[in-house]
Design a protein around this ligand. Structure first.
Ligand SMILES: Cc1cc2nc3c(=O)[nH]c(=O)nc-3n(C[C@H](O)[C@H](O)[C@H](O)COP(=O)(O)OP(=O)(O)OC[C@H]3O[C@@H](n4cnc5c(N)ncnc54)[C@H](O)[C@@H]3O)c2cc1C
Length: 384
């Protein structure tokens, strides 16, 4: 493994940094409405991503994607992580948000769901979490029962991002509750206008995201809408799951880097008791810790990305990168807020929004405790 990014990725990083500094950071207070990107800013950033050659960067090459390596993508996510001009989730600036499950579709289903999603004509949401099943999705209660050439689906999904604007959902449901994670969970494509699908509540969150609750009441779905076969729901995601964790880790690097930029700048200007904060050992040590932890997290993220690029599974490395980087970045933005004193709490600076966003990543898409449990199982096996 190389400890330095290859030259072309260093150049990509510099170009993107200039773009974020010029086009995003100065407009951080203008780009969002109700936690979502304003259409004019989405169009502006999409144009920028196209010019930078990053359009469709998360789409496999065979479907028109850019073919960037995961390591290259970590550079992009890291640089975009430096700004709060983008919403915490689902910004869609590098192309429509398409979950990898959809790339499994074939024939008519591919034409009806994947291709329009890639063209930005139809939107999808992903519905797995339930009121009683978040970190432990295998215990989900939503069931899909075969009835001739259909499945009948009943249950409640909670915290579903983008459900209000979605045309269809990628729904996880139990086809055999007794089997749970071991072949009992299946994935279905369900049109949002299918009779029995109801959006029953929308949650306000501290990050501005507004996920939905969906009730499924005797929803009849054609058997052809089952993706990848019965019981294959969790298996479908496996191939991309480690890459998803690396993405989280990479974005967190950007948060920590911005925390350092803001902290150092403020500590050098702010004078208390006759000296700049930057001259105080108590502040210097905090900044040193922030930098060392960022450095360590950068190596973890790049190691996991390089391993996946080489075709390795990197499961534990992916968990390690996400856990360490997400916790490290929250710590960094929290210290940054503390160093800024009262002004750090105001909406005049980007710190409070970055703090709220980063706080949320320690819970969603793999809570920190769950990451640690998986790592602990690995360590105990390795040392027993
Ligand atoms: C803004 C937002 C958007 C979301 N978008 C989506 C979406 O689009 N689609 C979707 O399906 N879901 C979505 N979610 C759901 C999200 O993924 C879950 O909230 C997350 O997985 C945690 O589940 P939970 O909230 O049920 O917490 P729980 O699983 O109940 O966990 C509660 C706490 O207990 C800890 N914990 C759990 N198990 C253990 C254990 N074994 N040992 C120690 N500690 C443990 C957790 O780490 C956590 O701190 C979203 C959530 C939010 C807030």
């Amino acid at each position: 493994m190389e400890f330095q990014l290859p030259e072309e990725l260093q150049m990509l990083q510099q170009t993107l940094r200039r773009y974020v500094d010029a086009e995003m950071i100065p407009h951080e207070r203008e780009t969002l409405v109700d936690g979502d990107l304003k259409p004019e800013w989405r169009a502006h950033f999409q144009e920028g991503m196209k010019k930078l050659g990053l359009w469709m960067m998360d789409v496999p090459e065979e479907f028109g994607g850019s073919g960037l390596s995961l390591l290259a993508k970590t550079v992009v996510w890291q640089e975009l992580g430096r700004t709060v001009a983008l919403p915490a989730r689902e910004d869609g600036i590098a192309g429509p948000t398409v979950r990898h499950i959809l790339f499994q579709l074939e024939g008519e289903m591919r034409e009806k769901y994947l291709m329009p999603a890639l063209r930005g004509e139809r939107r999808a949401c992903f519905a797995q979490t339930e009121p009683d099943a978040g970190s432990d999705p295998a215990s989900m209660r939503t069931t899909a029962v075969r009835d001739g050439d259909h499945y009948i689906i009943n249950g409640v999904k909670r915290f579903i991002t983008g459900a209000g604007k979605a045309d269809f959902m990628q729904l996880m449901a139990a086809t055999d509750r007794a089997k749970g994670a071991h072949g009992g969970i299946s994935c279905f494509i369900v049109d949002m206008d299918t009779p029995g699908v109801k959006l029953t509540a929308q949650y306000e969150t501290m990050m501005g995201d507004k996920p939905w609750e969906i009730v499924l009441d005797n929803v009849r779905v054609p058997a052809s809408h089952l993706v990848g076969g019965e019981g294959k729901g969790f298996g479908l995601a496996q191939k991309w799951i480690s890459a998803g964790r690396v993405k989280h880790g990479a974005r967190a690097l950007g948060v920590a880097e911005r925390s350092l930029e803001l902290s150092v700048s403020y500590a050098q200007q702010r004078v208390t008791f006759g000296k700049a904060l930057a001259e105080r050992q108590g502040i210097q040590w905090q900044i040193a810790d922030m930098w060392m932890n960022l450095d360590a997290a950068t190596l973890l993220v790049r190691r996991a990305a390089s391993m996946i690029d080489e075709g390795q599974e990197a499961r534990v490395e992916g968990f390690h990168a996400k856990y360490f980087a997400d916790e490290m970045a929250f710590n960094a933005i929290d210290r940054c807020m503390q160093i800024h004193g009262g002004i750090g709490l105001t909406t005049d600076l980007p710190i409070e929004r970055m703090w709220r966003q980063q706080r949320s990543y320690r819970i969603t898409e793999g809570a920190s405790e769950v990451m640690r449990s998986v790592i602990a199982r690995h360590v105990m096996k390795a040392y027993s």
